[in-house]
Design a protein around this ligand. Structure first.
Ligand code: 5GP
Ligand code: MN
Length: 323
């Protein structure tokens, strides 16, 4: 079994690097922290890498201060493990650590994963990478520590939209139940994740909602966040998380889009679908990726250009949809 192969590699390695994607989310951070804890219990210290800062909303998790940038670790590692990354580019500058390692493992749940490591533990049926890390921990240790369980619950809760997205499976709930048996405080985690909005974030949300545009008889909803919006509200980039759902959640909308202007004037786009359109494919047309119902892409063009290209692509996708 692939899980046994991966566990054998963990045991054989001496210096291990765990790397996750740029603009990390709850699944990225929770899965890395849980994996590091599991490795510690096997007697292995691992270094954690992420190009970007860990969102403040996740700082309640033990160990978030341990993430390093690509220049802060060892010269090279025996084993590098990419976590929640569908391709190497998702690691940003930290891909250098991956490339320098003697051996590589890719642990992920994206259907768009391109199997870029020596060993690829990819399960697109898993609602979160955290579910795969859970299986590894359980196979090796039996019961997980409370700290590991807290990180894994965070990973699964955030990637399933609090167990609401279509990616949620009976297995997601079974794992959550087993994590509760490890003694985690669900109310505390939920409060830390979803009920600690800074006022700056709320002001940014107000601006984003003001920007709402609807197309194709309200089937496409577009929200835009400019650099001006971020600067004038004082909100952080990571505080744009989940704003795209306000576009998706409008009655009649089939595709919700959030266009975020980046510091260099290009666009980071997020896509959410209510089922009919495969936004994973849509993102892939623009060099991005993700899942059927949630995806994203970095677009090297201005906001108006990105909007116009995306509208054309979504109109085509809606046309091809079986109504
Ligand atoms: P979000 O819109 O929340 O940034 O991302 C939604 C989903 O799409 C996540 O599963 C994320 O991993 C994926 N995703 C977002 N942006 C990109 C991208 O630029 N490239 C790839 N390959 N996947 C992305
Ligand atoms: Mn994920």
């Amino acid at each position: 079994m692939i899980i046994d192969i991966v566990l054998r590699e963990f045991i054989q390695a001496e210096h291990i690097a765990i790397i996750t994607h740029i603009q990390p989310d709850g699944d990225a951070v929770g899965s890395c922290l849980a994996l590091a804890e599991i490795l510690k219990e096997i007697g292995k210290d691992a270094d954690l890498f992420c190009q970007d800062r860990i969102p403040a909303s996740l700082s309640f998790l033990a160990g978030t201060d341990q993430f390093k940038s690509e220049t802060a670790g060892r010269m090279s590692y025996d084993l590098a493990i990419a976590v929640d990354c569908s391709d190497k580019e998702r690691m940003g500058a930290c891909a250098a650590v991956f490339d320098n390692a003697g051996n590589t493992i890719n642990i992920d749940h994206h259907i768009s994963n391109v199997f870029f490591a020596n060993i690829n533990l990819v399960d697109s049926n898993a609602a979160a990478t955290g579910e795969i890390i859970y299986q590894l921990g359980k196979a090796r240790l039996g019961k997980l520590s409370r700290q590991t369980a807290e990180a894994l619950y965070t990973a699964i809760s955030t990637d399933t939209g609090s167990f609401c997205f279509s990616s949620t499976t009976p297995q997601s709930y079974r794992i959550a139940a087993e994590l509760m048996d490890c003694g985690i405080d669900i109310e505390h985690i939920t409060n830390m994740l979803y009920k600690t909005n800074r006022v700056e974030r709320m002001r940014l949300l107000g601006k984003a909602l003001q920007s709402l545009e609807l197309y194709e008889n309200n089937q496409i909803a577009v929200l835009t966040i400019t650099q001006d919006d971020l600067i004038s509200t004082g909100a952080m980039e990571s505080e744009t998380e989940n704003i795209v759902n306000y576009a998706k959640d409008i009655v009649g909308v089939k595709v919700g889009i959030l266009l975020k202007e980046t510091a260099d004037g290009s666009v980071k786009a997020s896509f959410r679908s209510n089922g009919g359109v495969d936004v994973g494919k849509l993102a892939a047309q623009f060099g991005g990726g993700g899942h059927r119902a949630a995806s994203g892409a970095s677009m090297q063009m201005s906001v108006p250009e990105a909007k116009s290209e995306l509208l054309t692509a979504v109109q085509t996708a809606l046309g091809e949809m079986i109504q």
